[in-house]
Design a protein around this ligand. Sequence first.
Ligand code: CA
Length: 255
Amino acid sequence: MSRILVVEDEAHLAQGLRFNLEAEGYSAEVVGDGETATDRLLGRKENFDAIVLDIMLPGKDGFSVVAELRAARNYVPVLMLTARGRPEDVLKGFASGADDYLPKPFDLSILLARLQGLLRRTTWMRGVGEAEKQGQQAAMPTGDARNVDDFGTFSFAGKTIDFGALELRTNGTVIHLTVMESELLRHLVRNDGRVVSRKQILEQVWGLHEDTDTRAIDNFVVRLRRYIEDDPAEPRHLLTVRGVGYRFLANPEKA
Ligand code: CA
Protein backbone atom coordinates (compact mmCIF):
# COMPACT_ATOMS: atom_id res chain seq x y z
CA MET A 1 0.00 0.00 0.00
CA SER A 2 1.44 3.37 -0.98
CA ARG A 3 1.86 5.83 1.84
CA ILE A 4 1.02 9.44 1.01
CA LEU A 5 1.76 12.56 3.08
CA VAL A 6 -0.63 15.45 2.52
CA VAL A 7 0.83 18.83 3.56
CA GLU A 8 -2.07 21.27 3.59
CA ASP A 9 -3.23 23.77 6.21
CA GLU A 10 -6.83 24.09 5.00
CA ALA A 11 -8.25 21.41 7.30
CA HIS A 12 -11.36 20.87 5.21
CA LEU A 13 -9.45 20.23 2.02
CA ALA A 14 -6.80 18.16 3.80
CA GLN A 15 -9.33 15.85 5.46
CA GLY A 16 -11.25 15.49 2.19
CA LEU A 17 -8.03 14.48 0.46
CA ARG A 18 -7.15 11.99 3.16
CA PHE A 19 -10.61 10.46 3.03
CA ASN A 20 -10.52 10.07 -0.74
CA LEU A 21 -6.96 8.75 -0.84
CA GLU A 22 -7.89 6.14 1.74
CA ALA A 23 -10.99 5.27 -0.28
CA GLU A 24 -8.65 4.64 -3.23
CA GLY A 25 -6.59 2.23 -1.17
CA TYR A 26 -3.73 4.52 -0.15
CA SER A 27 -2.51 5.07 3.35
CA ALA A 28 -2.70 8.84 3.87
CA GLU A 29 -1.53 11.17 6.61
CA VAL A 30 -2.06 14.89 6.95
CA VAL A 31 0.19 17.59 8.39
CA GLY A 32 -0.79 21.26 8.45
CA ASP A 33 2.53 23.05 8.08
CA GLY A 34 5.89 22.79 6.39
CA GLU A 35 7.91 22.54 9.58
CA THR A 36 6.11 19.35 10.63
CA ALA A 37 6.49 17.95 7.11
CA THR A 38 10.28 18.40 7.03
CA ASP A 39 10.55 17.15 10.61
CA ARG A 40 8.81 13.91 9.73
CA LEU A 41 10.63 13.36 6.45
CA LEU A 42 14.11 14.53 7.39
CA GLY A 43 14.15 14.64 11.19
CA ARG A 44 12.39 11.36 11.86
CA LYS A 45 13.30 9.97 8.43
CA GLU A 46 9.83 8.60 7.85
CA ASN A 47 9.24 6.96 4.50
CA PHE A 48 6.43 8.09 2.24
CA ASP A 49 5.84 7.06 -1.37
CA ALA A 50 4.68 10.52 -2.43
CA ILE A 51 3.91 13.97 -1.01
CA VAL A 52 0.99 16.19 -1.93
CA LEU A 53 2.37 19.59 -0.99
CA ASP A 54 0.50 22.88 -0.87
CA ILE A 55 2.56 26.00 -1.58
CA MET A 56 0.76 28.38 0.76
CA LEU A 57 1.42 27.10 4.27
CA PRO A 58 1.84 28.86 7.60
CA GLY A 59 5.55 29.44 8.32
CA LYS A 60 7.71 27.47 5.95
CA ASP A 61 6.08 27.39 2.51
CA GLY A 62 5.90 24.53 0.03
CA PHE A 63 8.83 25.83 -2.05
CA SER A 64 11.09 25.75 1.01
CA VAL A 65 9.88 22.29 2.00
CA VAL A 66 10.71 20.71 -1.36
CA ALA A 67 14.01 22.61 -1.64
CA GLU A 68 15.03 21.33 1.82
CA LEU A 69 14.12 17.75 0.90
CA ARG A 70 16.18 17.87 -2.28
CA ALA A 71 19.11 19.54 -0.51
CA ALA A 72 19.02 16.62 1.94
CA ARG A 73 18.98 14.15 -1.01
CA ASN A 74 15.43 13.08 -0.29
CA TYR A 75 13.85 12.45 -3.70
CA VAL A 76 10.36 11.39 -2.65
CA PRO A 77 7.99 12.30 -5.53
CA VAL A 78 6.32 15.67 -4.83
CA LEU A 79 3.04 16.79 -6.35
CA MET A 80 2.70 20.50 -5.66
CA LEU A 81 -0.61 22.33 -5.34
CA THR A 82 -0.49 25.80 -6.89
CA ALA A 83 -2.95 28.67 -7.13
CA ARG A 84 -4.67 28.85 -10.50
CA GLY A 85 -3.38 31.61 -12.75
CA ARG A 86 0.04 31.71 -11.13
CA PRO A 87 2.33 29.96 -13.61
CA GLU A 88 5.30 31.59 -11.88
CA ASP A 89 4.46 29.36 -8.91
CA VAL A 90 4.67 26.33 -11.16
CA LEU A 91 8.09 27.27 -12.45
CA LYS A 92 9.33 28.20 -9.01
CA GLY A 93 8.02 24.83 -7.81
CA PHE A 94 9.92 22.96 -10.51
CA ALA A 95 13.01 24.98 -9.77
CA SER A 96 12.69 24.02 -6.09
CA GLY A 97 12.54 20.35 -7.07
CA ALA A 98 8.84 19.47 -7.33
CA ASP A 99 8.00 16.67 -9.78
CA ASP A 100 4.53 17.67 -10.85
CA TYR A 101 1.92 20.30 -10.05
CA LEU A 102 -1.81 20.76 -9.96
CA PRO A 103 -3.59 24.14 -9.89
CA LYS A 104 -6.25 24.69 -7.23
CA PRO A 105 -9.15 24.13 -7.30
CA PHE A 106 -8.64 20.69 -8.80
CA ASP A 107 -10.72 17.69 -9.71
CA LEU A 108 -10.09 14.83 -7.35
CA SER A 109 -9.88 12.42 -10.29
CA ILE A 110 -7.08 14.51 -11.81
CA LEU A 111 -5.17 14.57 -8.53
CA LEU A 112 -5.44 10.79 -8.26
CA ALA A 113 -4.27 10.35 -11.86
CA ARG A 114 -1.25 12.60 -11.33
CA LEU A 115 -0.38 10.80 -8.12
CA GLN A 116 -0.65 7.43 -9.85
CA GLY A 117 1.64 8.72 -12.58
CA LEU A 118 4.29 9.71 -10.03
CA LEU A 119 3.99 6.44 -8.12
CA ARG A 120 4.12 4.32 -11.28
CA ARG A 121 7.30 6.05 -12.28
CA THR A 122 8.87 5.36 -8.89
CA THR A 123 7.76 1.73 -8.95
CA TRP A 124 9.20 1.30 -12.42
CA MET A 125 12.50 2.85 -11.36
CA ARG A 126 12.72 0.49 -8.40
CA GLY A 127 11.98 -2.37 -10.81
CA VAL A 128 14.92 -1.30 -12.95
CA GLY A 129 17.22 -1.26 -9.92
CA GLU A 130 16.16 -4.76 -8.88
CA ALA A 131 16.35 -6.14 -12.40
CA GLU A 132 19.81 -4.65 -12.96
CA LYS A 133 21.04 -6.44 -9.88
CA GLN A 134 19.73 -9.69 -11.33
CA GLY A 135 20.88 -8.89 -14.86
CA GLN A 136 17.36 -8.84 -16.26
CA GLN A 137 15.34 -6.28 -18.10
CA ALA A 138 12.66 -4.50 -16.10
CA ALA A 139 9.08 -4.78 -17.22
CA MET A 140 7.72 -1.58 -18.74
CA PRO A 141 4.86 0.04 -16.90
CA THR A 142 1.57 -0.96 -18.43
CA GLY A 143 -1.25 1.39 -19.31
CA ASP A 144 1.26 4.21 -19.76
CA ALA A 145 0.78 6.31 -22.85
CA ARG A 146 4.43 7.40 -22.87
CA ASN A 147 6.70 6.35 -25.64
CA VAL A 148 9.22 3.56 -25.08
CA ASP A 149 12.16 5.88 -25.69
CA ASP A 150 10.82 8.06 -22.87
CA PHE A 151 12.47 5.54 -20.60
CA GLY A 152 15.73 5.28 -22.48
CA THR A 153 19.10 6.83 -21.97
CA PHE A 154 21.12 9.32 -23.98
CA SER A 155 24.89 9.67 -23.89
CA PHE A 156 27.00 12.58 -25.07
CA ALA A 157 30.41 14.02 -24.18
CA GLY A 158 31.04 11.49 -21.43
CA LYS A 159 27.67 12.06 -19.81
CA THR A 160 24.65 9.80 -19.71
CA ILE A 161 21.14 11.04 -19.10
CA ASP A 162 18.91 8.27 -17.81
CA PHE A 163 15.39 9.58 -18.39
CA GLY A 164 13.74 6.67 -16.61
CA ALA A 165 15.86 6.78 -13.49
CA LEU A 166 15.90 10.61 -13.58
CA GLU A 167 19.67 10.67 -13.35
CA LEU A 168 22.55 12.31 -15.10
CA ARG A 169 25.74 10.31 -14.73
CA THR A 170 29.10 11.87 -15.39
CA ASN A 171 32.59 10.76 -14.29
CA GLY A 172 31.24 8.61 -11.50
CA THR A 173 28.98 11.38 -10.19
CA VAL A 174 25.23 10.95 -10.24
CA ILE A 175 23.01 14.03 -10.38
CA HIS A 176 19.37 13.48 -9.59
CA LEU A 177 16.95 15.20 -11.99
CA THR A 178 13.42 16.25 -11.23
CA VAL A 179 10.75 15.04 -13.65
CA MET A 180 10.55 18.54 -15.14
CA GLU A 181 14.30 18.85 -15.63
CA SER A 182 14.30 15.44 -17.26
CA GLU A 183 11.38 16.40 -19.54
CA LEU A 184 13.15 19.58 -20.63
CA LEU A 185 16.41 17.74 -21.32
CA ARG A 186 14.55 15.07 -23.26
CA HIS A 187 12.85 17.68 -25.42
CA LEU A 188 16.16 19.41 -26.12
CA VAL A 189 17.91 16.12 -26.89
CA ARG A 190 15.14 15.00 -29.24
CA ASN A 191 15.63 18.26 -31.10
CA ASP A 192 19.42 17.91 -31.17
CA GLY A 193 20.80 20.69 -33.40
CA ARG A 194 17.45 22.45 -33.77
CA VAL A 195 16.31 25.65 -32.10
CA VAL A 196 13.64 25.12 -29.47
CA SER A 197 11.58 28.21 -28.65
CA ARG A 198 10.60 29.28 -25.14
CA LYS A 199 6.96 29.05 -26.21
CA GLN A 200 7.51 25.42 -27.25
CA ILE A 201 9.11 24.61 -23.92
CA LEU A 202 6.27 26.18 -21.96
CA GLU A 203 3.46 24.67 -24.00
CA GLN A 204 4.77 21.31 -25.21
CA VAL A 205 7.09 20.33 -22.41
CA TRP A 206 5.44 21.71 -19.32
CA GLY A 207 1.86 22.33 -20.49
CA LEU A 208 1.86 25.99 -19.48
CA HIS A 209 0.47 29.05 -21.24
CA GLU A 210 2.81 31.01 -23.43
CA ASP A 211 2.19 34.18 -21.44
CA THR A 212 4.16 32.70 -18.56
CA ASP A 213 7.17 34.71 -17.47
CA THR A 214 9.95 33.24 -19.59
CA ARG A 215 12.75 34.33 -17.25
CA ALA A 216 11.84 31.28 -15.20
CA ILE A 217 12.95 29.08 -18.10
CA ASP A 218 16.27 30.88 -18.15
CA ASN A 219 16.78 29.97 -14.50
CA PHE A 220 16.10 26.37 -15.41
CA VAL A 221 18.63 26.47 -18.22
CA VAL A 222 21.25 27.93 -15.88
CA ARG A 223 20.72 24.90 -13.66
CA LEU A 224 20.87 22.39 -16.51
CA ARG A 225 24.12 24.01 -17.69
CA ARG A 226 25.63 23.41 -14.28
CA TYR A 227 24.80 19.74 -14.79
CA ILE A 228 25.94 19.21 -18.37
CA GLU A 229 28.56 21.85 -19.20
CA ASP A 230 32.22 21.63 -18.22
CA ASP A 231 32.19 25.42 -17.99
CA PRO A 232 28.60 26.66 -17.46
CA ALA A 233 29.70 30.23 -18.24
CA GLU A 234 30.89 29.12 -21.70
CA PRO A 235 28.21 26.61 -22.74
CA ARG A 236 29.01 24.33 -25.66
CA HIS A 237 26.00 21.97 -25.52
CA LEU A 238 23.09 24.11 -24.35
CA LEU A 239 23.20 27.34 -26.29
CA THR A 240 21.03 30.44 -26.03
CA VAL A 241 19.56 31.59 -29.34
CA ARG A 242 18.96 35.25 -28.67
CA GLY A 243 15.32 36.34 -28.83
CA VAL A 244 14.09 32.81 -29.65
CA GLY A 245 15.07 30.11 -27.22
CA TYR A 246 17.68 27.40 -26.93
CA ARG A 247 19.58 24.85 -28.95
CA PHE A 248 21.08 21.61 -27.71
CA LEU A 249 24.16 20.21 -29.44
CA ALA A 250 25.34 16.73 -28.49
CA ASN A 251 28.45 17.16 -30.68
CA PRO A 252 29.41 20.85 -30.88
CA GLU A 253 32.39 19.93 -33.11
CA LYS A 254 30.16 18.53 -35.84
CA ALA A 255 27.64 21.36 -35.78
CA1 CA B 1 -2.75 26.42 2.05
